[in-house]
Each structure stands twice: as C-alpha cells, then as structure tokens.
Design a protein around this ligand. Structure first.
Ligand SMILES: O=C(O)CCC(=O)C(=O)O
Length: 375
C-alpha cells in the first residue's frame, strides 16, 4: 500500500545516485542560513531547490480530490448545560472518529478574536526582521521554544515548503521571556485555552468510547502538550513539493487552527478531501496513540498540506501527548475495558517512548507508523 524505500530506488528516484548532486551539502547550507523557507523566498528564488522536490515520490495514493465529501462539522454549543445536545455531539464525534479520524468543531468556547490574534501573532514572528528571527533558530531538543524548518530535515527523503516555531509546554511551559515578544501574550493565552478545550474533547472521546468521562484525562501519557506554529510561504513551483507531506500524527489528539488559505487535505476512502477553512472553527484529529489504545475504534488518518503559489498560509497544531520522561515511560496498550472475545487486542503493549522513537526514526516517509506494534 505504501511506497517503500526499495520502490523509490526501483523507480530511479534516489537522489544519492546522481553523482553531481550533493544533497547533504544543500540541506546543511539551507539549515545554516537559520532563516528557513521564508529566507529562501526573501532571497528571490524563482525555482525551488532540489532538496524540496517531492511530487514524484507520492505515488501511493491518487491525488484526485472529491469535492462532494466533507469533513464532519460538529457544534459544541451548550454541551455543558444541555444533556441532549451533549448526547448528540458525542454520537457525532463517535462516528467522525471511527470513519474520518478528523472533524471540525464550532462553538468550542475559544473566542474568534483569540484565534485570529494567534494567527496574526505567528505571522508577526515569521515576518519579523530576519536578524531577530534567526536568533530563535535551533534543533536543540532541550529548548522549549524552537524555530526551525522541517523537524526531520536530515532524515526525510525530501524537505517540505514550510517553517515552524514550536512551543513545548510539558512538563513545564517555557518562561514568558523565552517566547518571542511579537507573539508572547497570545501564545500564552492560546495555549491555556487549547489545553482546557483538549480536556473537554478528551471527556467527549471517553464518553464516545463508553468509558468514564475522566478516563482519557487521567492517562499520564496523554497529559501533555506541544504546539507547532507553521508558516507556509507562497511557493514558486508548488507542483514539485508539499507544504507538509503525507503523515499521521503520533499524538493522542491534535487540535489545529488554520487560517483561511486552505490546502490541508485528509485521506478518506482513498481520496484526498479538502478540509475547508471555517472561520472560528478548530480542526480535531485522532493521533496514532489514540488509535492504538482504542484498538482501532478511532482511526488516525493520513493528511497533508499542498503548497501553493499563494500565501503565506498559517496554521497552529497543538499535539496532546506527554513526552516528558514520566509520560514517555508509561505503558500504552489497548484499553482493557474495550476488549472482548469479539474484539481482541490487535496491538501489543508498548510505551510512548517506543512509539515516538519509531516515528522519528522513520521521519515523514509516508509509511504507516503503528505497523511494528500490531500483534
Ligand atoms: O498545517 C496544517 O494544516 C497541518 C499541520 C500538520 O499536519 C502537522 O503539524 O502535523
């Protein structure tokens, strides 16, 4: 089903086979600018460097999109006050998590002005003076605030047309002074609000699974958050690369804020479906860890972001998982209460550390992340 490195070689697409091309040197030179894809564009490139060429490699699924399909949109209005509205929302979430692994929520309790200001704050960061921006550029995993382009740049078969600033909130959030001044206040406010919303959605997920409402919120391995704030500059040759290549998330859940540009697609029934921006909404998706512990009752699905001539596009992905040493060491496996003779465990018990190690080792190669954990 998926493209393996063997088939890439069979197709003659292995860049290392071209003796005139030094991919490692190209990547290193790019990384050393500390200015990301935005810096490339500012330098006036009209052709994208070869390290970003990727379109040939995505042969695994049709690139057809089906405009008749749309990701479920779920209204959370008054679910805390009105039990029949809550039951209705839980039923819709259950179907969305089983069939799509993705849905959008409206009336989720976070004001549209907070969402808009978060998008503006992240744009201010990426568009501020290059000399200030580059001081945040790092691949040091000990830093709680990191600006970089392509998290697994040195491992992925091709780079994506995207830059990111990341905020790691677990086990402790960064000190306010570590957060860039141009977006400090809104990043702090948004992070708190998304954490609260995350707890509400975990409650709804627990109810949708027939578990006690607090079940998922009590898992130490799910009790953590980090935020990736992406900036997708306009791309001079969008047909040659991706904004974000096809992948699943390794988290339990991701809550995504996107601006109005579009470009996010989800793979549903082997077709790429656009996740149309709805102003004021948030996109929620199931990550690999939730698929694993629900024994496939909820699914973690492939998604990607197209690159475009137009831009920039800004998005903010908040991932729920606890990667601190304590959370990472916790055993994760199919929830016993969900198993039966008819529904035996299809995954072995593992740890978040092991799942993450496999995910980061393979990089954004398009291969399915949970395979090694299947019984
Ligand atoms: O930018 C987006 O819309 C999606 C980002 C994403 O998939 C990710 O950060 O894993």
């Amino acid at each position: 089903m998926v493209l393996t490195s063997t088939s890439e070689l069979d197709l003659g697409l292995d860049p290392n086979k071209d003796s005139t091309y030094d991919r490692t040197a190209e990547i290193k030179a790019f990384d050393e600018t500390k200015l990301g894809v935005k810096g490339l564009l500012d330098s006036g490139v009209t052709k994208i460097p070869r390290m970003f060429h990727s379109s040939n490699l995505d042969l695994t699924h049709t690139s057809e999109t089906d405009s008749n399909l749309s990701v479920p949109l779920i209204n959370l209005k008054d679910i805390g006050k009105n039990s029949s509205l809550r039951v209705q929302a839980v039923a819709q979430i259950q179907i969305a998590c089983k069939e799509w692994g993705f849905f959008q929520v409206v009336n989720h309790g976070i004001g549209v002005e907070v969402l808009d200001e978060m998008i503006c704050g992240i744009r201010r960061f990426h568009e501020q003076d290059a000399d200030v921006r580059k001081t945040f550029y790092t691949r040091d995993n000990n830093k709680k605030v990191r600006y970089f382009s392509n998290g697994s740049l040195y491992r992925d078969p091709f780079a994506n047309w995207r830059d990111t600033i990341a905020f790691f909130q677990t086990p402790d959030p960064p000190n306010p002074e570590e957060i860039p001044a141009v977006c400090r206040d809104i990043v702090i406010e948004y992070s708190k609000k998304i954490r609260t919303l995350g707890h509400t959605i975990f409650q709804l997920f627990s109810e949708a699974l027939g578990l006690h409402p607090s079940y998922l919120n009590e898992l130490a391995s799910a009790d953590g958050q980090f935020i990736l704030c992406h900036y997708y500059p306009p791309c001079p040759e969008p047909e040659l690369t991706f904004g974000t290549s096809k992948h699943t998330d390794t988290s339990f859940m991701t809550i995504l804020l996107q601006d109005q540009m579009g470009g996010l697609q989800v793979l549903h029934e082997n077709q790429w479906v656009d996740v149309h921006p709805v102003h004021g909404s948030l996109v929620v998706n199931i990550g690999d860890l939730l698929q694993l512990i629900t024994n496939d009752m909820f699914i973690s699905v492939y998604h990607r972001v197209l690159s475009r001539h137009i831009g920039p596009r800004i998005s903010v992905a908040s991932f729920f998982k606890n990667s601190s040493p304590q959370g990472a060491a916790e055993v994760v496996g199919p929830i016993k209460e969900l198993l039966s003779e008819e529904n035996p465990a299809i995954y072995r018990d593992t740890t978040l550390k092991e799942v993450m190690a496999h995910y980061f080792e393979k990089g954004l190669d398009g291969n399915y992340s949970l395979q090694p954990f299947r019984l």
